[in-house]
Design a protein around this ligand. Structure first.
Ligand SMILES: Cc1ncc(C[n+]2csc(CCOP(=O)(O)OP(=O)(O)O)c2C)c(N)n1
Ligand SMILES: [Mg+2]
Length: 727
C-alpha cells in the first residue's frame, strides 16, 4: 500500500490540529458520561455521572480525527465536502464537532456554544427526551445514521451523482466492510461519470475490531488488503500509527495527495479527455480503537481492543477507581486550554472551522436541494461492440446488488433529487431492512422543522408474482407490501395501478410527492388499457371507485366484485363477463382499488376512506369478492374494522406457484375468473341452487384448462385471447 513520509505540517499546525482533536474527544467523552460539571470546574463526583452509561466510544476518536483533518482541507481548498459515517454509532463525535463549528447551536439555539450549552450537549446525549446515540437525522450535516451497518458507501455515491462539485468523505468501519451491501458497493466507481458526478473518498477505518471480535480486513495483511482494494478499482493509501504527531503529519500529507489525485482525474476528463476509468484514491486508516481512552482497566487492555467499543469504564458511579480513571481521562485532554471560562471554544479551535455552509454540519446537500433532469444507462467500465445503451453519464443505473441500488437512490434522494427504484417484486425483500431504516429516517425528519422534506422513495415493482413465466416459484413473492404497511401510516403509500394510464397518473403523483415511501406494483407485460388518460387521472385521485361500465347493479348490488392489481383486475373483469353471460339477472357492482391505503379506516391512515363512503361503495350487507394482487390476509388486516368485513372474501396469492403459464398461476391460487364466478355463486344467498349448473361448468372449465396447459404448454385460446367486449 502507498504510504507517504512527507511532513507538510508546521509544529504549530500539528499543535492546533491536535488541540481541536482533543476538544472533540473531550466533548465526546463528556456526552457519554457527564450529567453535570461539564467543564470539570470541581473534582468529579459520582453524581456528576449519568446513571445509565450509553454510547460507543471506540469508533469516536477516529471520526474526530478525520473531522479535524477534513476541516483543514475544506478551508485550504474551499471544498464542498460532506461527511458520511458508516460507524454511525459514533454519534457523539458528530455532535461534538458540529457544536465546535457552530452548526449545532444554529440548528438548536438552546444548545449554545458556551458552558450552559455544553452542559446541555452532554446531558441530552442518549438521555430520555434528548438525542439518539447515533449519527441520526437529528444531527446537522447527516444524511446517514449508520445504525444498520453496510450502506455508507452506496449512500455516499448516491449523493455525488449529478453533483459534480460535491466531494463525500465516507468512513467505512472495518466491521461494516464485512457486510454484503458494503462489499458490493465498492463497485459504485464503475457507474460514476467524473464529468458530471462528484467524487467519493472512501476511508476504510481499520481500528481492528467490531463489537467483540477482530475485523477481517484488519487481519489479512497489507498486501492482501491492497490487492482486494485495487481489485475493486481503488488506489489505497495507508495512514497508520498510534502516536498523534506522526499520524497528523501522515494523514495531512495523504489527504493533500488524494485530493490532488481526485482533482486531476476530474480535470482531465472535464477538459475533454476520454473518460477512461482510472483507480480512485482512497485511504486506509489504521489507528487504535478507542484511541486516547483508558489503556488498561481492571488489569485488561481496553484501548486498541474490542473492549473499547462501547463504554470503557462501566462502574464509574460505584467504583472510586473507575471514577478516578474517568477524571484522569477527561483531564488528559486539558479542557481549560481548549475552552475559556465561559465554556466557549478558544480562538485557536475556532480558527480551524470552515465558514458558513462549508462547515460539514451545514453543508446544504445534507438537507435536500437542487433537482436535475434525468435521461439514459450509466457505465464507466469496458464497453464492447455488442453493448447497447451504455453511456457514461446515463441516468439509469443497474447493478446486480439491490442493496447498492437502494443505497445509491437513498443518497440521491437525501440530497434533494428524485428517482425510482425498479426491482423484481420478490427480490426487493433484499432491502427490507434498508427500507426500515429509511422509513425511520423519514418519520424522524418529518418532525424536525429545520429539515427540508425530501423527494419520496419510489418503488416500481414490475416483475411481479403473477408473471414469472420464465422463472417460477423462487421469483413469486408479493410480500413487500405487507412489509411496508407495518411502517408509519404517514410515510407509506401503496399503489396498484390496473393499466398504463393509471400507472402514468400514479407515477406523476409519486414524483411530485415528498417524504413518502411509494410502492407501485405494475407488471411489464402488454396489458389492455381500461381507462383513458382523463378517466385514469380521476380514478387515481379517488384512489378507489366503482367502474360503472363494468357494473349492472342500479344502485342495489347482489354482489360486489372488487379488485386491486393489474392481473386481478383483468381476471375480475373476465369474471364479470361470464356472470353477464350465465347469470344476466345478477346485479354486480365492480370496484377497483388503486390506492390500497384507501381500504383502511380514516383514523388509521391519512388516505383511509371515511366509513360512510366505504359502506356506500362496498355495502355493509352484500358479499364482496375481492381479487387482490398479493397475500390475501393483508386485505383483511386493512379492513377488519369495516362494517361489512364478515362478508368480505379475498382471493390472492397463497404461496402456490411454479414455472407455468400466466393463467395456470391464477388457477393454482384460486383467483382465476372461473373460481371468482364460483365464489360469487357460493356467497350470494340463494344462488347456489339456482346456479348449480353454472358452477359445474366453471369447475369443468378449470379441469379443461388443466388438461390443455399440460398438453400444449400454453393457455386456452379463450383465455389467452380474451378481450373485454366493446359496448
Ligand atoms: C447490520 C448490522 N449488524 C449488526 C450491528 C450491530 N453493531 C453495531 S456496531 C457493530 C460493530 C461495528 O464495527 P466497525 O464497523 O468496525 O465499527 P467501529 O466501531 O469499529 O468503528 C455492530 C456489529 C449493526 N449495527 N448493523
Ligand atoms: Mg472496527
Amino acid at each position: 500500500m502507498l504510504e507517504l513520509s512527507e511532513k507538510p505540517l508546521s509544529p504549530e499546525e500539528v499543535a492546533a490540529l491536535n488541540a481541536y482533536w482533543r476538544a472533540a474527544n473531550y466533548l465526546s467523552v463528556g456526552q457519554i458520561y457527564l450529567l453535570d460539571n461539564a467543564m470539570l470546574t470541581e473534582p468529579l463526583q459520582p453524581e456528576h455521572v449519568k446513571p445509565r452509561l450509553l454510547g460507543h466510544w471506540g469508533t469516536t476518536p477516529g471520526l474526530n480525527l478525520l473531522y479535524a483533518h477534513l476541516n483543514r482541507v475544506i478551508r485550504q481548498r474551499d471544498l464542498n465536502l460532506m461527511y458520511v459515517i458508516g460507524p454511525g454509532h459514533g454519534g457523539p463525535a458528530i455532535a461534538a464537532n458540529t457544536w465546535l463549528e457552530g452548526s449545532y447551536s444554529e440548528t438548536y439555539p438552546a444548545v449554545s456554544r458556551d458552558a450552559e450549552g455544553m452542559e446541555r450537549l452532554f446531558r441530552q446525549f442518549s438521555f430520555p427526551g434528548g438525542i439518539p446515540s447515533h449519527v441520526a437525522p437529528e444531527l446537522p450535516g447527516s444524511i446517514h445514521e449508520g445504525g444498520e451497518l453496510g450502506y455508507s458507501l452506496s449512500h455516499a455515491y448516491g449523493a455525488v451523482l449529478d453533483n459534480p462539485d460535491l466531494l463525500v468523505a465516507c468512513v467505512i468501519g472495518d466491521g461494516e466492510a464485512e457486510t454484503g451491501p458494503l462489499a458490493a458497493s465498492w463497485h459504485s466507481n464503475k457507474f460514476l461519470d467524473p464529468r458530471t458526478d462528484g467524487a467519493v473518498l472512501p476511508i476504510l477505518h481499520l481500528n481492528g475490531y467490531k463489537i467483540a471480535n477482530p475485523a477481517v480486513l484488519a487481519r489479512i495483511g497489507d498486501d492482501e488488503l491492497t490487492k482486494l482494494l485495487e481489485g475493486y478499482g481503488y488506489r489505497p493509501y495507508l495512514v497508520a500509527g498510534d502516536e498523534p504527531e506522526p499520524v497528523h503529519q501522515q494523514l495531512a500529507a495523504t489527504l493533500d495527495r488524494v485530493l490532488a489525485e481526485i482533482v486531476e482525474i476530474q480535470q482531465e476528463v472535464r477538459a475533454g479527455s476520454p473518460a477512461t476509468r482510472r483507480p480512485w484514491p482512497m485511504i486506509v486508516l489504521r489507528t487504535p480503537k478507542g484511541w486516547t481512552g483508558p489503556h488498561e482497566v481492571d488489569g485488561v487492555q481496553v484501548e486498541g481492543t474490542w473492549r473499547a467499543h462501547q463504554v470503557p469504564l462501566a462502574g464509574v458511579r460505584t467504583s472510586a477507581h473507575h471514577l478516578e480513571l474517568l477524571e484522569q481521562w477527561l483531564r488528559s485532554y486539558r479542557p481549560d486550554e481548549l475552552f475559556d471560562e465561559a465554556g466557549r471554544p478558544r480562538q485557536q479551535l475556532l480558527a480551524q472551522v470552515p465558514d458558513g455552509p462549508r462547515r460539514m454540519g451545514s453543508n446544504p446537500h445534507s438537507n435536500g436541494d437542487a433537482i436535475y433532469e434525468v435521461s439514459g444507462k450509466a457505465w464507466n467500465a469496458d464497453v464492447l461492440p455488442v453493448d447497447e445503451h451504455l453511456q457514461l453519464g446515463g441516468r439509469v443505473m443497474e447493478i446486480l446488488s439491490e442493496h447498492t441500488c437502494q443505497g445509491w437512490l437513498e443518497g440521491y434522494l437525501l440530497t434533494g433529487r428524485h428517482g425510482w427504484f425498479s426491482c423484481y417484486e420478490a427480490f426487493v425483500h433484499l432491502v427490507d431492512s434498508m427500507v426500515n431504516q429509511h422509513a425511520k429516517w423519514l418519520k424522524v425528519t418529518r418532525a424536525l422543522r429545520w429539515r427540508q422534506p425530501i423527494p419520496s422513495l419510489n418503488y416500481l415493482l414490475t416483475s411481479h408474482v403473477w408473471r414469472q413465466d420464465h422463472n417460477g416459484f423462487s421469483h413469486q413473492d408479493p410480500g413487500f407490501i405487507d412489509h411496508v404497511v407495518n411502517k408509519k401510516a404517514d410515510v407509506i403509500r401503496v399503489y396498484l395501478p390496473p393499466d398504463t394510464n393509471t400507472l402514468l397518473s400514479v407515477a406523476d403523483h409519486c414524483l411530485r410527492s415528498r417524504h413518502y415511501i411509494n410502492v407501485v406494483v405494475a407488471g411489464k407485460q402488454p396489458q389492455p388499457n381500461w381507462l383513458d388518460v382523463e378517466a385514469a387521472a380521476l380514478h387515481c385521485a379517488r384512489g378507489l371507485g366503482i367502474w360503472d361500465w363494468a357494473s349492472n347493479d342500479d344502485g342495489d348490488p347482489d354482489v360486489v366484485l372488487a379488485c386491486a392489481g393489474d392481473v386481478p383486475t383483468m381476471e375480475a373483469l373476465a369474471a364479470v363477463e361470464l356472470l353477464r353471460q350465465y347469470l344476466p339477472d345478477l346485479k354486480v357492482r365492480f370496484v377497483n382499488v388503486v390506492d390500497l391505503m384507501r381500504l383502511q379506516p380514516a383514523s388509521e391512515h391519512p388516505h383511509g376512506l371515511p366509513d360512510p363512503e366505504y359502506d356506500a361503495i362496498f355495502t355493509t350487507d352484500r358479499p364482496v369478492i375481492f381479487a387482490y394482487h398479493g397475500y390475501p390476509w393483508l386485505i383483511h388486516r386493512l379492513t377488519y374494522r369495516r362494517a361489512g368485513h364478515d362478508q368480505l372474501h379475498v382471493r390472492g396469492y397463497k404461496e402456490e406457484g411454479t414455472t407455468t403459464t400466466p393463467f395456470d398461476m391464477l388457477v393454482m391460487n384460486d383467483m382465476d375468473r372461473y373460481h371468482l364466478v364460483m365464489d360469487v355463486i357460493d356467497r350470494v344467498p340463494g344462488l347456489a341452487r339456482r346456479a348449480a349448473t353454472v358452477r359445474q361448468e366453471m369447475v369443468d372449465r378449470r379441469v379443461r384448462h388443466r388438461e390443455y396447459v399440460r398438453r400444449t404448454g400454453e393457455d386456452l385460446p379463450e383465455v389467452r385471447d380474451w378481450r373485454w367486449p366493446s359496448p
